[in-house]
Write a protein that binds this ligand. Structure first.
Ligand code: GTP
Ligand code: MG
Length: 188
């Protein structure tokens, strides 16, 4: 089932299709549950999004259209996942999305307060050859706890771009867009 929604819940019912996603390159947002993926999705996409069941499943996936520079992208908000080796139906859907939809960028959103728990998935994504950008979200809370994350050292050690963010305040969104634009397809 496909629902085209105007953000805020009302169905758009429009003749022209502001959500033409066909042929656009994809940016896929992944990460553990509750790390801020959907907050980022809302900041990257315009007024219209589609929410549909992933084929053959009851898992809902949101898709919207975002713009970086003068280029439009399809942005995909995936269900929370802990590992690329799926246990839940949600994780299986996220894995299939990542491996089958050939994203231009895979934005791994993590909670900066819990890096040791979050980074194993980053490594799995990198090992799978995906074009990963790591986003350390919730830096506001990490700072309150006195945690100091060395972004450039992490970036060097992982070999992928790392961006710090506070998405509820919009911080980090422009830098993330810049990184995606500059890196093009992020795989070598
Ligand atoms: N303090 C703080 N809270 C944030 C930040 N980003 C998101 N949140 C909050 O974290 C909660 C989870 O955000 P979501 O965007 O729903 O998380 P999600 O990753 O989409 O979660 P799932 O859909 O369950 O996988 C919400 O209450 C947000 O308001 C941030 O940078 N700082
Ligand atoms: Mg979400």
């Amino acid at each position: 089932m496909l629902k085209k929604m105007r953000k805020g819940g009302k169905c758009c019912g429009s003749d022209t299709d502001p959500l033409e996603l066909h042929g656009l390159k994809k940016i896929v947002l992944v990460g553990n549950p509750n790390v801020g993926k959907s907050v980022l999705f809302n900041r990257l996409t315009g007024a219209y999004v589609t929410v549909s069941n992933y084929p053959g499943t009851t898992v809902e996936v949101s898709r919207g259209k975002g713009k970086i520079g003068d280029k439009y992208f399809e942005v995909v908000d995936t269900p929370g996942m802990y590992s690329l080796l799926p246990i839940t139906e949600e994780e299986a859907v996220s894995r299939r999305l990542l491996l089958n939809e050939h994203p231009e960028a895979v934005v791994h959103v993590v909670d900066a307060k819990n890096l040791p728990r979050m980074l194993p998935l980053t490594l799995q994504l990198i090992e799978a050859g995906l074009p990963v950008v790591l986003v350390l979200n919730m830096m506001d809370e990490a700072k309150k706890l006195g945690l100091d994350v060395n972004v450039s050292s992490l970036q060097k050690r992982l070999g992928v771009p790392v961006v710090s963010a506070v998405f509820i305040k919009g911080e980090g969104v422009e830098q993330l867009k810049r990184v995606i634009k500059e890196n093009g397809k992020l795989v070598s």
